[in-house]
Design a protein around this ligand. Structure first.
Ligand SMILES: NC(=O)c1ccc[n+]([C@@H]2O[C@H](COP(=O)([O-])OP(=O)(O)OC[C@H]3O[C@@H](n4cnc5c(N)ncnc54)[C@H](OP(=O)(O)O)[C@@H]3O)[C@@H](O)[C@H]2O)c1
Length: 372
């Protein structure tokens, strides 16, 4: 097995639980000995074994001795104990079990780890390396980085636009084709929440569910404004209505929201500084903001976003609702950009260079470890 293939497998294992491990990050681990996989593991949620421990247990259950094996893990092994932590530290166990080499895709942004896990391993004689596939590893822990660095959930901004940068208009409700819409459902499945502004709720009556056969059931979050919400909207009446949350300012719309969704109506004063802590407190970790223009512009102008996923359809609408970004104060180049074809449409994905996920969390620790 190659080094790249080992980490690929660890990334796939981590993705099995993406969006469902909060407040912990999704992590995957693979143990390889004499060129073959002897154990695999992933972290499935708080209180459950860490991926490294699960891989070691798996190896033992399959009758393998982990001594002399190499570990591929998507996040640096932890090395701390105590204060609310429910699982024993992994770095110490890897040393005890005789693992001789560790590849970790990214450092743990938790201030109690941040390179110390790898240093501990290196001091015990384990050969340690950062990477490969650091980009993919970073994607997996982006929500965790936003939480520990900026006390807020991860925000992904997603919209679909025409070549003339409109997000609505023309005869059809849809801008993009069927393939892009399926891809958008995949994106929803990787988040615990799908959010829209009240304008979109009024215009489209969206359901915001995942329709690709996945088990994911993200929360639906409405940003209410000054106008009363449409009470007949599907979000307040369909089978998933228990998943609907509303943010509203104090006043008649908040009172109406409380009638519609009870305690899931949260009072928010409209300020960027209070949004993150408020959402974290209510259990939101990965929020996909699906529009429309006014809401996405608010996130762009507040600088409160991590990644963008923009579908561009090969069509000109000529008239309609202008897309996000027109009111941005200064230009911005996205980082780690990926462009792909989805049916006839293009999907451009990239990171906000100011997101804690790409700011090089913990890079100061890389010097202690040899590069791959
Ligand atoms: N192509 C796409 O990807 C896509 C996706 C979604 C929507 N759309 C289209 O976009 C259009 C709606 O967009 P829109 O810009 O009019 O509305 P919007 O962004 O969906 O909603 C804006 C409204 O949300 C409320 N709001 C609460 N907090 C806000 C905040 N912090 N920032 C901004 N708004 C906040 C306000 O409601 P009040 O008005 O009550 O004060 C505001 O007017 C529709 O035509 C829809 O079809 C397209």
């Amino acid at each position: 097995m190659t080094i790249a293939a080992g980490m690929d497998r660890a990334l796939s294992l981590a993705r099995l639980h993406l969006g469902r491990t909060a407040p912990n990050p999704a992590v995957g681990a693979v143990l390889v000995k004499d060129g073959r996989v002897i154990g695999e593991g992933s972290h499935a949620g708080p209180g459950l074994p860490h991926a490294e421990a699960a891989a070691l247990d798996d190896a033992r259950a399959r009758g393998f001795d982990p001594r002399g094996s190499t570990l591929f893990v998507t996040l640096e092994p932890c090395c701390h104990e105590g204060s609310g932590k429910r699982t024993p530290p992994c770095a110490q166990r890897l040393i005890r079990e005789g693992v001789t080499e560790v590849y970790a895709a990214v450092p743990d942004p938790n201030p109690r780890v941040r390179g110390r896990g790898m240093s501990l391993l290196a001091e015990a004689g384990v050969r340690v390396h950062w990477g490969p596939h650091s980009d993919e590893g970073r994607e997996l822990i982006a929500d965790f980085a936003a939480w520990v660095e900026e006390t807020r959930p991860l925000f992904t901004l997603k919209w679909a636009q025409s070549l003339d940068a409109r997000i609505a208009g023309g005869a059809s409700r849809w801008i993009t084709g069927e393939d892009a819409r399926l891809k958008a459902h995949e994106l929803r499945a990787g988040h615990d929440t799908v959010a829209v502004g009240a304008g979109t709720l009024r215009a489209d009556n969206p359901r915001l569910t995942v329709r690709d056969g996945s088990a994911a059931r993200p929360r639906r979050l409405v940003f209410a404004g000054a106008t009363p919400l449409p009470e007949m909207a599907d979000l307040f009446n369909d089978d998933d209505r228990a998943l609907t949350w509303v943010l509203a300012r104090r006043g008649s719309v908040l009172e109406q929201s409380r009638r519609l969704v009870g305690a899931q109506a949260l009072e928010w004063n409209g300020e960027a500084a209070t949004l993150g802590p408020l959402l974290l407190e209510a259990g939101f970790r990965r929020v996909l903001v699906e529009g429309g223009t006014k809401l996405i512009d608010w996130f762009l102008n507040a600088g409160l976003w991590d990644r963008a996923a923009v579908f561009v359809a090969p069509r000109l609408l000529g008239s309609g609702v202008a897309g996000p970004g027109a009111a941005l104060a200064s230009p911005l180049d996205l980082m780690s950009v990926r462009t792909s074809s989805v049916g006839v449409d293009a999907l451009i994905e990239g990171w906000n260079p100011r997101s804690p996920a790409v700011r090089g969390v913990g890079v100061e620790s890389e010097a202690v470890c040899s590069p791959v």
